[in-house]
Design a protein around this ligand. Structure first.
Ligand code: HEC
Length: 116
């Protein structure tokens, strides 16, 4: 088997790399990357029974927006499936005895239509 001839671009890359490796390195700033400070959270969960459980177990990975933008008035089965998905697909560590209170919270707090 014969090696395929290198493209012009590949040969140019090789030539540049051989010519001035230190020039490329010097072009990079030596300082640390800028610190990223996320903006303050503005979304919050609605009031409801066992709000504290939902705050503790449902806001660890994402904003409350993920919950508040779901359709209103969904039955418990919808929220059961959602909580189960967070646990099995995304690895949320929610104790078994917290599932029912959280589903009840979500069904109750997000039952009425959203106020605008
Ligand atoms: C271990 C991390 C984690 C925890 C804890 C968690 N989630 Fe999620 N959640 C995710 C990920 C990852 C997504 C998908 C993100 C994406 O698609 O951008 C998601 C998405 C969602 C969505 C959007 C719709 C969907 O199904 O993708 C809803 C609603 C939601 N989560 C609700 C909850 C609720 C309710 C809880 C608490 C019971 C919870 N999450 C806890 C990781 C988590």
């Amino acid at each position: 088997m014969t090696a395929a001839p290198k493209s012009t671009a590949a040969r140019l890359d090789l030539a540049l790399a051989a010519l001035a490796p230190t020039a490329f390195a010097a072009a990079q700033p030596a300082s640390a990357p800028p610190a990223y400070v996320p903006p303050p959270e503005t979304a919050r969960l609605l009031d409801g029974p066992d709000l504290a459980s939902a705050q503790r177990y449902c806001l660890a990975c994402h904003s409350a927006d993920y919950l508040t933008t779901q359709p209103r008035g969904m039955p418990p089965a919808f929220w059961e499936a959602e909580v189960a998905k967070m646990r099995t697909a995304y690895g949320a560590t929610i104790p078994d005895d917290q599932v029912k209170p959280i589903v009840n919270y979500l069904t109750t707090a997000y039952g009425p239509p959203a106020r605008r």
